[in-house]
Design a protein around this ligand. Structure first.
Ligand code: NAI
Ligand code: MG
Length: 369
């Protein structure tokens, strides 16, 4: 069987604690399911800076470029607040995203039934929610030029950011959204602000053309991004896949994520372009949360975001769809059984630590096989 090369970059704070629970799953899948994962480990973030003065070494970058997928924990913490800007912990993640050309950021918002009553929205609005936000990650207003603050000389300054999108950038992110929709409920909603932005007019045009040319079987709708924000909070279950630009995606994915519970529950994937020869994509999987310095080292972090990121890795990098489904079911079942880490604790539930939550999920995953 083909080998499956994984690079594990656990990072700082709770990153290694959460990654340890994924390593249990990898070991179990290799031993009991002949999954054939070959893992390497590297340093990223503050721990890499401490070891060799850079947020990621060239050697570890080369490993990332050669891997089938990268699993990333979290980086940063107060210890490194004073380090120079170019080598700050986040620089490691930005370098990975840039060199691997990870232009598509996938952020699911899934509401596990056991947590529906702890949402800030009514349980019936969120229960069973399963939507996917596809955010363009390497273009738009965060990167467009000019980007500067100029002195107008009259006591005033002007801050300038520029929203820029080219046809190929919109085409490729729309392609990812349509392809993912085909594996789900076959529905895409594209969000922009074509009423006030030229880039929004182009976005709408290119998504429409891409749909017509290559994905006419998928149901496509368009929504202005501000209205989309309202609809996400009013009735999120109307959506399946949402595709949007870098800026709107940043905000809308945070809104969607919070419909469903704690930061400790939220996975993400970032995908690159398919290799023209093999069709395989570079990919990095990471929890949405950071290094949580306030609870690091105590063994109480919720490992579910990291484990759910691994489930996305099984699904999108290795086409192990049945295993991904089973792992997500194991997470849901363990929550149903009443186990909770501190961040998602509710009255009547049983509080467990990081390892106990990880062990329970491994056990359930095995039992569902
Ligand atoms: P954070 O996500 O690390 O923590 C925010 C709050 O949520 C904290 O109270 C934390 O204890 C809690 N939390 C987060 N993940 C949890 C988990 N798995 N289980 C239980 N509780 C959890 O964000 P914050 O505090 O803004 O940043 C802390 C550090 O992390 C900073 O240095 C920041 O730069 C870095 N960071 C790194 C990210 C990354 O590596 N991609 C993303 C966000 C922040
Ligand atoms: Mg954000």
């Amino acid at each position: 069987m083909a080998s499956r090369k994984l690079l594990l970059l656990a990072g700082d704070g709770i990153g290694p604690e959460a990654m340890a629970e994924v390593k249990k799953l990898i070991a179990m899948m290799n031993a009991e399911m002949a999954a054939g994962f070959e893992t390497e480990e590297g340093l990223v973030g503050g721990c890499a800076y401490d070891a060799h003065g850079k947020a990621i070494s060239e050697e570890d970058m080369a490993k990332a470029m050669a891997a089938d997928a990268v699993l990333f924990g979290a980086v940063g913490g107060p210890k490194w607040d004073g380090v120079p800007y170019e080598v700050r912990p986040e620089a490691g993640l930005l370098r990975l995203r840039k060199d691997m050309e990870l232009f598509a950021n996938l952020r699911p918002a899934i509401c596990y039934p056991a947590l529906a009553s702890s949402s800030s929205l009514k349980p019936e609005v969120v229960e069973g929610l399963d939507i996917l936000i596809v955010r363009e990650l390497t273009g738009g207003v965060y990167f467009g030029e000019p980007k500067e603050i100029i002195d107008l000389g009259n006591g005033q300054k002007r801050g300038i950011d520029t929203q820029v999108y080219d046809t190929f950038e919109i085409e490729r992110i729309a392609g990812v959204a349509f392809e993912l929709a085909r594996t789900r409920q076959n529905k895409v909603c594209s969000m922009e602000k074509r009423n006030v932005m030229k880039s929004g007019v182009l976005w709408n045009e290119v998504v429409t053309q891409t749909h017509k040319a290559k994905y006419p079987d998928v149901e496509l709708s368009h929504m202005l991004a501000d209205a989309g924000g309202m609809q996400l909070v009013r009735w999120p279950k109307q959506f399946d896949v949402i595709v949007t630009d870098n800026l709107f995606g940043d905000m809308l994915s945070d809104v969607a994520a919070m419909l469903t519970g704690s930061l400790g529950m939220l996975p993400s994937a970032s995908l690159g372009a398919p290799d023209p020869k093999t069709g395989s994509r570079k990919a990095l999987y990471e929890p949405v949360h950071g290094s949580a310095p306030d609870i690091a080292g105590q063994g109480i972090a919720n490992p579910i975001a990291m484990i759910a990121s691994f489930a996305m890795c099984l699904r999108y990098s290795f086409n192990m769809v049945a295993e991904a489904d089973r792992l997500e079911k194991a997470i849901a079942d363990v929550l149903d059984s009443g186990l909770r880490t501190g961040d998602i604790m509710s009255p009547g539930a049983t509080q467990v630590n990081t390892q106990q939550m990880g062990d329970a999920i491994v056990e359930k995953f095995r039992a569902l096989a």
